[in-house]
Write a protein that binds this ligand. Structure first.
Ligand code: SF4
Length: 431
């Protein structure tokens, strides 16, 4: 329903992980990857640790893990990586996410790079690498390890420059620590600094939002992501149930204010959430065929082949996250050689994935690239796109969202989701 709430769901990946189900029997990874192109893979490494659990976060992460657990995790990553070192595999891009990869100490980060280079053969430095960090962990010693290995982008979740707002979003932090971390990242001369802000926090006003926007712009980050706040099951905020009747209005108002402020400051809008300085080199759209080959390393990482998206088990609740992590930490090395839960994409789903991922970006769907890939045009395969045009949400060809469409991305994505994925997502028991 594109005419419902603009905030129905964030489709950062299609199909959503909640549509994954146990694969029985578990396919061997060697078979899963046997016929896949391996010449331009994406490497994603998941570090499931954070120094605190933010109230809005539904990512797979554990707060305040003891040092011994981090050591054990790195050992298991090395075992898992050994099963992913396919002959001829070449990585074109990489990302460390989580969690907070910089929860690892500097020497542990160096060990993580060694796994990527020595075991998997990734060229670091040499390929674009993005690493997520946090105000408390963006320290000079860790950043030095990142830059020594050619990190091209560091992304920091600030959320709000106002201490009270950060606290209301379930992320108690001090502005002084945020500013210190941003200074350290700039001192480290990482080429791209991305800064995340959140709007829709309880008590946030246009004035307070502007303070955060101005504070962010003072650093002139190469990228800024503006995230609407969601309250999701089993998160800290979910338990406090802060949603309000006028919340959609507040979020839409603050979104427009943020978008306009960033456009006026010279940023280009890449998607509903992403804004980037035009001077920043694009490392390629994330919906290309290249993206189909993603090798995930770590207990919460997804992997994508053309026909199978898979991962280990997934959880949000504190107890369940610990159980899945414990399972990962106690696995015998031979047990990393299989895909465990996943979703098989038939050709119709592959087309839908391409469409959704490209339509929700500002540049829209490249019809000739789509036709080259699938042999038909996106308008033929998805006649419902005409409804977007009729509603003023897309240009006349239906392949590029208007500003009104971009701000409703979180309604258009779910609207385009297939019945079978929707059905699987609805059947997922949050835990
Ligand atoms: S939002 Fe980021 S820092 Fe906060 S708990 Fe989630 S992964 Fe960790």
């Amino acid at each position: 329903m594109i005419d419902g709430s603009p905030y129905q769901g964030y489709l950062y990946a299609y199909p959503h992980k909640t549509s994954y189900r146990p694969l029985e029997p578990r396919p061997a990874l060697a078979d899963v990857w046997r016929d896949e192109p391996l010449d331009a893979l994406f490497l994603y490494v998941h570090v499931p640790f954070c120094e605190m659990r933010c109230g809005f976060c539904n990512l797979f992460t554990r707060a305040n893990a003891p040092a011994s657990m981090v050591t054990d995790y790195l050992r298991q990553l090395r075992h898992q990586a050994a099963h992913l070192a396919f002959d001829g595999a070449t990585f074109a891009r990489a990302a460390f996410g989580g969690g907070t990869p910089t929860y690892l100490e500097a020497d542990e980060l160096a060990d993580l790079f060694d796994i990527c280079t020595s075991v998997l053969g990734a060229r670091l430095p040499g390929i674009p690498l993005s690493v997520e960090t946090s105000p408390a962990t963006a320290t000079p010693d860790r950043l030095a390890v990142l830059t020594a290995h050619g990190t091209t982008r560091v992304s920091i979740g600030v959320q709000s420059f106002l201490d009270a707002e950060a606290h209301a979003a379930g992320r108690p932090q001090r502005r002084a620590d945020v500013e210190r971390a941003l200074g350290a990242i700039r001192d480290a001369r990482v080429p791209v600094l991305n800064l995340d802000l959140i709007y829709g926090i309880d008590g946030q006003t246009p004035e307070s939002w502007q303070l955060s926007l101005d504070a962010a712009l003072a650093w002139r980050p190469e990228e800024i992501f503006l995230y609407p706040l969601y309250v999701r099951p089993l998160t800290g905020l979910g338990r406090r149930a802060v949603s309000r009747d006028d919340w959609d209005t507040q979020r839409l108002t603050l979104y427009r204010q943020g978008r306009d402020a960033l456009l006026a400051a010279g940023y280009r809008q890449e998607s509903m959430r992403q804004f980037r300085l035009p001077s920043v080199r694009d490392d390629g759209p994330d919906y290309s065929c290249q993206d189909d080959g993603m090798i995930g390393l770590g207990c919460g990482a997804r992997s994508y082949t053309r026909e199978l998206h898979y991962s280990f088990d997934y959880a949000v609740g504190i107890g369940e996250v610990r159980a899945v992590l414990d399972d990962y930490l106690s696995r015998p090395p031979a047990d990393f050689g299989y895909a465990e839960v996943g979703f098989r994409l038939d050709e119709a789903e592959q087309r839908r994935r391409w469409l959704i991922k490209s339509l929700l970006r500002a540049e829209g769907v490249n019809a000739s690239a789509y036709r080259k890939q699938f042999g038909t045009g996106p308008e033929e395969d998805f006649p419902q796109l005409a409804q977007l045009t009729t509603a003023g949400l897309a240009e006349p060809d239906g392949l590029r969202l208007t500003p009104a469409g971009l701000e409703r991305s979180d309604a258009i994505g779910p609207w385009l989701t297939s019945v079978s994925v929707r059905h699987a997502m609805a059947g997922y028991q949050a835990r």
